[in-house]
Design a protein around this ligand. Sequence first.
Ligand SMILES: *Cc1c(COP(=O)(O)O)cnc(C)c1O
Length: 492
Amino acid sequence: MDIFPEATNAEETLDPPDWADVGELSHRILDDAIAYLEDVRNRPVWCEMPAEVRAFFGAPLPRSPAPVADVYDDVARNVMPYPMGNIHPRFWSWYMGSSNFTGALGDFLAAIQGSNLGGGNHAAALMDSQVVNWMKEMVGFPVSASGTLVSGGSMANIIGLTVARNVKAGVDVRERGVGAMPKPLRYYASDQVHSCHRKAVEALGLGNQALRRIQTDAGLRIDIAALKAAIAEDREAGFRPACVIGTAGTVNAGAVDDLRALASVAAEEDLWFHVDGCIGALIAIAPKNRSLVAGIEQADSIALDPHKWLHAPFEAGCALVRDASQHRNTFAVTPEYLESTPRGLASGEWLHDYGLQTSRGFRALKIWMALKEHGVEKFGRLIDQNIAQARHLTHLIEAEPALELMAPSTINIVCFRHRLDGASEEKLKAFNTEIMLRLQEEGIAALSDTTVQGRHCLRVAIANHRTRRSDLDLLVTEILRLGREIEAAIPV
Ligand SMILES: *Cc1c(COP(=O)(O)O)cnc(C)c1O
């Protein structure tokens, strides 16, 4: 008996009628992709989309077919020329990595294999666990720790903060909910903490007020004495201090909290110690700077972000938890349709027991391939290189009377502004914002801005393996030129 009868004409598939045709197109796409990356430095960092491109995205739901070559032409014309820009050597806005070609091949192959990393007994699942093990090794976590690859740092932080809540709740919070907790929990972080932690405590049912923002010192690190005072005050007031979040590399200015001191406070006060290492956890692999994050290995949980300093194509975050059983006990559920079997595809551990997602993408492959190709030591050197470049920029700013450094540069983030004699803070902000926007609009460089200690500033975050020092020299030259042009146009 033929158990795989030929498809009848009435049955359809998404596969192409002729694989040879897609082969030709696929080769063209690959050639275009390589040329695109080869030429990235010669294109503007960013450019505004013309009206017809915006209008293109208003097209209605397609009901009838189109040749895939035409579909690709649409993408080539309307999407590829208008990127975010973070693969460009002079992109330094906010904080993100600059991707890499091998990682892109990994994403392609992951999609071709199409595996679901919710779990199961297959090679992709083993690779997912292997990459988590490599991450543990990079930050000095024990082999017995657990972890999970997630969409990014925000989700990785939610994982850590959820385990912290469940461990410290004082009640079976999974079963009974936060309303049954004997005392409301309190979490602590510096006033520089990333906004995702606010979303996390809100989503966890603890509320924004449960996250106490502790003042920072002159280096924008959490003030340890103020932290201890806040903990004592909260105990007195009937709260349960539950978790301290240390930041290894704040998003505003790249400050690194004193992680060793936080580990001691956590031990003395019986708190969960979570490290938001989305920016800086991987400094642990950088030979010249790793001492900056000493103490990270003492954390109970760590969030880190392979799509930042490992330059994995979006998305890839990673949560690590020291005590694997606390991690699993926070998320594991075994519904009847996902029971494991002694052999076969459903044997072994389900990876979805370590997080909130059921279906999971094969994120590990893009990270794995780039790590195998370059080796972890090269990634460590690239981190050192970005930090050295930030110091170079800092020196340029310090040597230029028209520019002013606005925060200490510890790692790869530099906060500064263009001076304007006698101008109010408000006028300075407008002036510097105009410089930033013209840098973007002229396609020269992408910076972002922020406010540090109440003062507006421009911000350069160099998490970019394509940046060269000469790009930073050019940045300073262009800022000075724009400063002169804009100043000349300001009515007196
Ligand atoms: C980027 C970042 C996050 C959020 O990570 P995503 O990958 O963007 O979700 C959290 N904390 C810090 C310090 C970050 O820099």
